[in-house]
Design a protein around this ligand. Structure first.
Ligand SMILES: Nc1nc2c(ncn2[C@@H]2O[C@H](COP(=O)(O)OP(=O)(O)OP(=O)(O)O)[C@@H](O)[C@H]2O)c(=O)[nH]1
Ligand SMILES: [Mg+2]
Ligand SMILES: [Zn+2]
Length: 311
């Protein structure tokens, strides 16, 4: 009988997983009994896949190329979302054990979607992961929009979020991204076409990740990256590139406490007249007042309202 060894999942394809052990990668299957055990431990939750990229697993090697997964070690953090499914609650673990989530949006092609960013900020907090907001394609910013975007950037920075703006055509911004990624295990997320894979190719020429033109008609990405994949960085650290998402469903977040995930709302909750205030149109609501006076950015409040409507 071979020894059991610990490894890390670097790509997951539901029926098989690439597990890195030192400098070796073994293609592994998840043993049926383990799958069953994972599901029963988790109770009623239904997983898209119970094992995710970044997971630490115990495997038994079969030969030099293959092995089988015997156990899953506890996760330190996880970035999960609810996968689009009308009938069931299905959790998709995008990545396990990451230190930080780089949440990418682009200025144009596709247009900046702050609601996506705000949802990922919530998922990162729920999963115990540090968020970094990365606004890409800054080269497409024209003068007339400068003010609008700097207000958005300022709003996030005022809330204490780390925000960087990047362009694959501005090498100094890639240096900045490199310094953000250095020595950490990061996951890079966002809509399709915002430039996640392009940014990683710029950070580490030679990665050779596939990238693609954004379809000009709909200005939507084409889902060029189709699998979560983990890469080692020459500067130290690892990064997981992920496929662009169309929806960011919340997972692991109590819908009654969405307001606690918005720091600017959370800090004012006590000042509302009603302790169960939803900050919709209640009288003497400190949040509505703060929005009126420009102390809370209108786009953030709209994000909050959109989330209330969806839960
Ligand atoms: N102008 C400009 N274009 C960029 C920039 N970064 C990426 N692009 C372009 O945007 C398109 C999409 O880039 P990808 O890297 O494939 O986007 P992605 O986020 O990985 O997309 P998915 O894999 O589908 O999720 C490509 O045509 C890139 O050349 C940038 O900083 N500026
Ligand atoms: Mg990609
Ligand atoms: Zn209120």
């Amino acid at each position: 009988m071979r020894n059991k060894i610990e490894g890390r999942v670097i790509s997951a394809r539901t029926s098989f997983y690439d597990v890195e052990i030192g400098n070796n990668v073994l293609r592994c299957q998840l043993r049926g009994v383990v799958k069953k055990k994972l599901r029963s431990e988790i109770g009623k939750q239904i997983y898209a896949d119970p094992i995710a990229v970044g997971d630490r697993v115990i495997i038994t090697p079969i030969d030099d190329e293959e092995g089988s997964i015997e156990d899953l070690l506890p996760r330190r953090t996880k970035l999960s979302r609810r996968v689009p499914n009308r009938n069931r609650e299905i959790e998709q673990i995008i990545v396990a054990n990451a230190d930080q989530a780089v949440i990418v949006g682009s200025i144009h092609s596709p247009d900046l979607n702050c609601r996506f960013i705000d949802r990922f900020l919530i998922l990162a907090e729920a999963g115990n992961i540090d968020p970094v907001i990365c606004i890409n394609k800054i080269d497409l910013l024209n003068e007339s929009e400068q003010r609008k975007f700097s207000e958005i950037f300022q709003a996030y920075e005022d809330l204490g979020y780390q925000l960087i703006s990047t362009s694959i055509h501005h090498p100094e911004s890639i240096d900045l991204l490199r310094s953000v990624l250095k020595g950490k295990f990061s996951v890079i997320v966002g809509s399709s076409g915002v430039g996640k894979s392009s940014l990683l190719n710029a950070v580490q020429p030679g990665l050779g990740l596939r990238t693609n033109e954004v379809r000009s008609k709909a200005k939507k990405g084409r889902h060029t990256t189709t699998l979560v994949e983990l890469f080692g960085l020459e500067i130290g650290g690892q990064v997981a590139d992920t496929p662009g998402v169309r929806e960011v469903g919340l997972w692991g977040v109590n819908p009654d406490y969405i307001d606690r995930y918005f720091p600017e709302i959370e800090s004012r909750i006590g000042a509302c007249k009603f302790s169960d205030c939803l900050h919709l149109r209640e009288p003497s609501c400190a949040i509505i007042e703060a929005v009126k006076h420009g102390e809370i950015a209108a786009f953030r409040y709209e994000s909050y309202l959109a989330l209330l409507g969806n839960n």
